[in-house]
Design a protein around this ligand. Structure first.
Ligand SMILES: Cc1cc2nc3c(=O)[nH]c(=O)nc-3n(C[C@H](O)[C@H](O)[C@H](O)COP(=O)(O)OP(=O)(O)OC[C@H]3O[C@@H](n4cnc5c(N)ncnc54)[C@H](O)[C@@H]3O)c2cc1C
Length: 379
């Protein structure tokens, strides 16, 4: 016998569209669905109130891939695949800026810098040697130079004097972006319900019945799944692995000798100045890929010590670092870095697997999944 009341069950009614996942992808997609089906009842369900989505647990980098990451991606896949992924991320950031404006999402066009420690000297040479080729390849995306050599000496870091600047990148304030996206969805008439963990669903010829952990059953005509790193819980054979990312923010350090966002160790370590006096640092998954393939939102000693030591030896050599904030979030990953967008069945559509740069991808993905829906439903 369920403990859900008759009134709760009746009160929820039936939705035309249910979107599972109130992250950046789910909310932007829901808003776009409401735009094309203006009379439809569009409902977003999420298991958690705000906090557990990667969308509020990320580093706020508006980035497309450092030169080192691009070279790795080309090696792993192909030139056209790597450029395609870069383009999606670049266009995604332009869409966010176009929709919400830089001020509303706290975007600052600081550029992103890839730095190299002494032990990465070989990698630095590999990257420097390929910059012209990468720029030529990526010019088709935006007609500009993606990478240029820069002098990092003024930052006071224990890194090679020469780094690589990505002038088109920047940082944003993740809470402002999330707020803007959520407000716009609500404003468009999307209903958002938290505390709604979907366990499974049944699909029939004219409806989908979603079963919540609470016992509530929600009925809808169509379903869009935007659960990213948590997707395997709903569809176990989906090629999306959870990948935990751990993030730390220092106590106030006084005025910092640098600003902007930084990539190191082929993108596995990332750090940025926050509020002028703190540093956010994250990453290091290459320490233990297998251990970090988890949905458990924990912070571990191993990663805390590793990233603290990186700050003390490389970023602010000689300083003693203490953290004020530490958290983790779950990304959706696979060997194939492209998102999965499309129909899973007649009534169920997917927009998952955002990889490590899903902030950048999110608005591109929302537009893409809507294009698929529009085309296939003949709107
Ligand atoms: C530590 C970290 C740092 C990152 N840094 C950056 C960065 O600097 N720049 C960048 O571009 N990207 C970054 N990313 C990636 C980016 O944050 C994500 O790719 C993006 O936010 C994914 O958005 P989403 O909406 O697809 O997923 P999410 O934001 O994860 O949202 C999915 C939602 O689905 C809900 N959900 C899951 N299962 C269920 C269920 N069964 N029932 C109900 N609800 C469910 C979850 O509660 C969650 O709210 C980072 C990610 C992490 C973890």
């Amino acid at each position: 016998m369920t403990t859900i009341s008759y009134w709760e069950q009746q009160g929820f009614g039936r939705a035309d569209w249910v979107v599972i996942g109130a992250g950046l992808v789910g909310l932007q997609s829901a808003r776009r669905i409401k735009e094309i089906f203006s009379d439809a009842r569009v409902v977003v369900l999420d298991q958690h109130a705000l906090g557990n989505a990667a969308s509020l647990r990320n580093a706020g980098f508006a980035c497309f891939g450092s030169a080192g990451e691009m070279l790795d991606e080309i090696e792993r896949t192909s030139e056209s695949d790597a450029v395609g992924l870069y383009e999606k991320r670049y266009l995604g950031i332009q869409k966010l800026l176009g929709r919400y404006g830089a001020a509303r999402i706290g975007f600052q066009a600081t550029g992103g810098t890839e730095v190299f420690s002494d032990c990465d000297a070989e990698e630095a040479v590999r990257v420097f040697d390929h910059l012209n080729g990468l720029n030529a390849m990526l010019r088709a995306v935006h007609g500009k130079e993606s990478f240029e050599l820069c002098d990092t000496s003024a930052a006071g870091m224990n890194v090679l004097k020469t780094g690589v600047l990505s002038p088109l990148e920047g940082g944003l304030q993740s809470h402002l972006l999330y707020k803007a996206v959520r407000e716009d969805a609500l404003h468009a008439g999307v209903e958002i319900y938290e505390g709604m963990r979907v366990l499974h669903w049944e699909e029939s010829s004219d409806a989908i019945r979603l079963h919540m952990a609470s016992g509530l059953v929600v009925e809808c005509s169509r379903l869009l799944i935007c659960t990213n790193g948590f997707s395997k819980r709903l569809i176990p054979d989906l090629p999306v692995s959870p990948a935990r990312g751990q993030v730390f923010v220092t106590k106030s350090l006084g005025v910092l000798p640098f600003e902007g966002i930084f990539h190191a160790d082929k993108g596995y370590i990332y750090f940025r100045e926050l509020g002028g006096d703190r540093i956010l640092i994250g990453g290091g998954r290459n320490l233990d890929f297998a251990g970090e393939e988890t949905m458990e939102m924990e912070v571990t000693h191993q990663f805390r010590d590793y990233l603290k030591s990186y700050l003390e030896s490389v970023v602010l050599p000689g300083r003693v670092i203490e953290f004020d904030y530490e958290w983790s979030g779950v990304m959706g990953m696979n060997e194939n870095r492209n998102p999965i967008i499309g129909w899973h069945s007649d009534r169920v559509c997917l927009a998952v697997r955002m990889g490590g740069m899903g902030v950048a991808l999110s608005s591109w993905v929302a537009d893409k999944v809507i294009a698929v829906i529009e085309k296939d439903l003949g709107v």
